[in-house]
Design a protein around this ligand. Structure first.
Ligand code: ADP
Length: 488
């Protein structure tokens, strides 16, 4: 908007007409005082100011405008008929004008000047706006930086107080803080704590974490400087994100040496105990089997022999499971795989199980159609037995178990045992294949050690199988695995 200030209405009229004809929005004031009042309420892009006015003249108005921060940047063109002398023109410029036009006005020249000043004003305004934005951006960054620094200090305070080894790193993985405990295992912030030469180097894992952006949790053995002994630690590294971007990494090493050693002692005890039990049990089993063979069916002692054999077999399979666990732990669970007809193994196992679970109907749904897999028959059988025994065990008064076999569209063999039993709570499904895991609602579940599924998972892993469980609480569970088909 352009403000025309002139005490003579005819001057205002002619100026206004010229400007409006060229689509410039125009406002007018008939005195210096009125012009000042208007500039308080409205922002003008240009003021065309008459010099000779009664009361406050144009020079005074210009001086006041240039002294006010809100109006100092408005360009002013002075119009004068009489003050054409150099000293008046100089005065005009000194009081804040950017141009001076002598009457009578040449409309073309006036328009050219107005257009130029308007454009300049616009550019100036944009520049100011950009500057303003830049200033607030800088302010914002400074503030955020300060906040981050405060937060980092707070975090470092906490990390100093905890018993773990703790460190933080920049988003690119450069360690920028370590707590005092760090120095028990490394002599410098720039030297990452080293781990046992037999384990995957922590430094490598750390680099991978930074690249992937994923959190890490791993057990490592790290060497304490004071006694040069390796101690088990749980290394946890998590990314700290702001607006979805990683701004920092926080890591801790928690000493789990005692727990690890206790578990090791327990595992050793289990191994020794099961080995010690296995030898006498093998003799007992042999004698009971002999007794069973020589006791005629009609002998009134036969039921006792049968029951003894049943319990001995149970004990035998329990000890075998415990031995398997210690073999898995020591990496000694070894078995060969060879080309195996899947249906043959299934049929044989189901027949045997049907003899044991006489009241339960073990129903087959589909076959593998003679497909061969690379498997260890005995171990595969062990998985089937475990899945089916569990299906019966965790179904009160079980009547039926479904054995599903399919060939998947991807060509893999799908095998599943579906029961109609108690089901597994969702929170427990993920841990169900873990060692010694049992569903927490122990009251309502039959007794067990929680090792069968762990052994199955290990066997299946060695067969390159995928496996899992689907379940609905109170309705039943489906334990499944898929196996690659053997092709010659
Ligand atoms: P165990 O049966 O000796 O406890 P497993 O490793 O075979 O050990 O099973 C682990 C746990 O998984 C069981 O304690 C039980 O809570 C749960 N589970 C296994 N199979 C089933 C099933 N078919 N239905 C419901 N729960 C099951």
């Amino acid at each position: 908007m352009i403000l025309i200030v002139d005490d003579r209405p005819e001057n205002i009229f002619s100026l206004r007409s010229i400007l409006e004809l060229h689509s410039f929005p125009v406002d007018t004031a008939s005195s210096g005082e009125e012009a000042l009042k208007k500039t308080l309420k409205q922002k003008y892009a240009l003021i065309i100011l008459d010099v000779q006015m009664p009361g406050m003249d144009g020079f005074e108005v210009a001086e006041i405008l240039s002294g006010n921060s809100n109006t100092k940047d408005i360009p002013i063109i002075f119009l004068s008929a009489v003050s054409t002398e150099k000293k008046f023109i100089t005065k005009g410029y000194n009081s804040g004008a950017i141009d001076y036009i002598i009457k009578p006005i040449d409309p073309d020249i006036l328009l050219l000047k107005v257009k130029t000043f308007m454009r300049l004003y616009e550019q100036n305004r944009e520049l100011n706006l950009m500057q303003e934005n830049l200033r607030s951006e800088i302010e914002f960054r400074k503030k955020t930086e300060q906040q981050i620094q405060e937060k980092a200090q707070e975090l470092h305070g906490i990390l100093e107080a905890i018993p773990q080894i703790a460190f933080t790193a920049t988003s690119t993985g450069l360690i920028d803080f370590v707590n005092d405990n760090w120095y028990l295992y490394s002599d410098s912030i720039t030297k990452f704590i080293e781990n046992h030469p037999d384990d995957l180097p922590v430094k490598e894992q750390w680099n991978e974490v930074i690249l992937s952006g994923e959190a890490l949790e791993t057990v490592v053995r790290i060497c304490r400087l004071s006694d040069k002994k390796y101690h088990y630690h749980l290394l946890t590294v998590i990314p700290v994100k702001e607006n979805g971007t990683i701004v920092k990494w926080v890591g801790t090493f928690t000493d789990i040496n005692e727990q690890k050693l206790a578990v090791k002692r327990k595992d050793e005890f289990l191994t020794i105990a099961s080995h010690e039990l296995k030898t006498p049990l093998t003799s007992i089993k042999a004698y009971v089997q002999l007794l069973d063979a020589i006791t005629p069916a009609q002998n009134d002692k036969k039921p006792y022999v049968d029951r003894t054999l049943l319990q001995v077999n149970k004990l035998d399979s329990l000890i075998n499971d415990l031995l398997d666990i210690s073999r898995i732990e020591s990496g000694k669970l070894k078995f060969d795989v060879r080309e195996t007809d899947f249906d043959t193994v299934t049929e044989r196992t189901l027949e045997m199980l049907q003899q044991i679970y006489r009241g339960v109907s073990i129903r087959r749904d589909g076959t593998a159609g003679g497909i061969k897999v690379l498997a260890n028959e005995m171990r595969l059988e062990q998985v089937l037995i475990n899945f089916i025994s569990n299906a019966v065990k965790y179904t009160p008064a079980a009547k039926a178990v479904d054995v599903i076999t399919r060939i998947q569209p991807d060509g893999k063999l799908y095998f599943a045992i579906k029961d109609y039993g108690i089901g597994i709570p969702e929170k427990d499904r993920e841990s169900i294949f873990n060692k010694f895991f049992r569903v927490s609602d122990a009251e309502s579940t039959p007794q067990g050690l929680g090792i069968g599924l762990y052994i199955c998972s290990e066997i299946l892993r060695r067969h390159n199988a995928d496996f899992g469980v689907e379940s609905e609480l109170g309705k039943g569970s489906t334990f499944w695995f898929t196996l690659p088909v053997f092709k010659q």
